[in-house]
Ligand binder design. Structure first.
Ligand code: PLP
Length: 377
């Protein structure tokens, strides 16, 4: 405890357990086929974990394929010496495509119109791309039915198509209807791939699955799997059932310090809006973390934190930078550490996000830049 106190400059911080990251990678590699490579999804600052920190460790343990959501995120990795392929999932403005080339990144072709506009550009060299096919997510991607347009994209001279991929909309669900929908997405994707191959285009990789794609459809064995949430050692939701089970260890722990402790009488109110009124004499502590750090305000009078290993409730509204907890009958001091999300079974991201009415992906990716990321030794 004393050591953590000195390590962290701030009142609230994130500890990253890189051994757990390595453990999760090994567990994922057990599920996928030998020829399949992990494309580590490190978008949104690696789901709040710190993209550079996480990607450096991944490079060290032999992962050389990454995905980010934007050009800016790709440049950040390159400027910090990250090696390997980096695919940008989202839209990059035409006027910035020279930077995609300059930083040796790979752009997603998000649809036919995007490709045709790129064709008109006078680029310094061929733009490396993966082509996204829409098979039912209806977000980005050229529709799988437009096979002539897809072939036309393959004929464009100033792009080099290294990969073709699609994204599943309900791969996390085990209902019959959703399984059928997923199977139809997979079939439509294979249709496109086969048509392209018989048209003489064969020099590209293909990929479909993200985290729940591998846990529920492990039999697919394509060139890449795009892994986000489970690499960080958490499930999107609690009690989620999957075809294949995996032993995950959370990588992130969110901690903050107690700044003030005081006794309250019966009938006193706590925090903005006076939404919590004490019904007895209690002892409360103020913790230096708030919704500006990404800790959900919706957990006001609902959330649970760990103090000395014990679960204690948040009382009243969560503020921008502070929140108040019940520490009645506990012997604690200013400077003591509170855990808000973490490795501990009692404070898992799945449970915190459940209480906040969201999924772990959102909870973690919103953890703010004000929080220092410290490697757990
Ligand atoms: C975010 C994302 C992923 C990773 O999803 P997880 O469920 O976190 O594994 C994979 N593919 C695409 C296209 C994504 O946008």
């Amino acid at each position: 405890m004393e050591k953590e106190f000195k390590l962290a400059k701030n009142q609230a911080w994130i500890e990253i357990n890189l051994e757990n990251l390595e453990h999760n990678i090994k567990e994922i590699q057990k599920i996928i086929s030998k020829k399949t490579k992990i494309m580590a999804v490190v978008k949104a600052n690696a789901y709040g974990h710190g993209a550079v920190l996480i990607s450096k460790k991944l490079n060290e343990i032999g992962i050389f394929n990454f995905a980010v959501s934007s050009l800016k995120e790709g440049i950040e990795l390159r400027e910090n010496g990250i090696l390997g392929n980096i695919l940008i999932f989202g839209f990059t403005d035409y006027k910035n495509l020279e930077d995609v080339i300059k930083y040796d990144l790979i752009q997603t072709i998000i649809d036919y119109d995007y490709a045709k506009r790129i064709e008109k550009l006078d680029l310094s060299q061929k733009l490396k791309v993966h082509l996204k096919i829409n098979t039912g997510m209806n977000r980005i991607g050229e529709n799988y039915q437009n096979i002539e347009k897809i072939k036309e994209i393959f004929a464009i001279k100033n792009i080099e198509i290294l990969g073709v991929f699609t994204h599943l909309a309900v791969s996390d669900s085990q209902t019959l209807e959703d399984i059928n929908f997923t199977k139809s997405q997979i079939n439509h994707f294979y249709q496109v791939i086969n048509t392209l191959k018989s048209a003489g285009y064969s020099n590209f990789s293909s990929h479909i699955q993200s985290s729940y794609g591998i846990l529920n459809y492990p039999e697919l064995n394509l060139d890449y799997v795009r892994i986000g949430i489970i690499m960080y050692g958490v499930h999107s939701e609690k009690n989620i059932k999957t075809k294949v089970n995996i032993n995950l260890k959370p990588v992130l722990t969110l901690k903050a310090k107690i700044s003030s402790i005081h006794e309250l009488d019966v009938n006193e109110s706590i925090s903005y809006g006076r939404t919590y009124i004490t019904t007895s004499k209690i002892k409360v502590a103020t913790v230096s973390i708030g919704y500006a750090d990404g800790y959900p305000r919706s957990l006001s009078s609902k959330g649970i934190v760990l103090v000395n290993g014990k679960r204690r409730p948040i009382l009243g509204r969560i503020c921008m930078d502070q929140l108040i907890i019940d520490v009645t009958n506990m012997s604690i001091q200013v400077g003591d550490i509170v855990t808000l999300i973490g490795e501990d079974q009692n404070i898992k991201a799945e449970d915190v996000s459940y209480l906040a009415n969201t999924i772990s992906n959102e909870l973690l990716s919103r953890l703010g830049n004000r929080l220092e990321r410290i490697i757990k030794k």
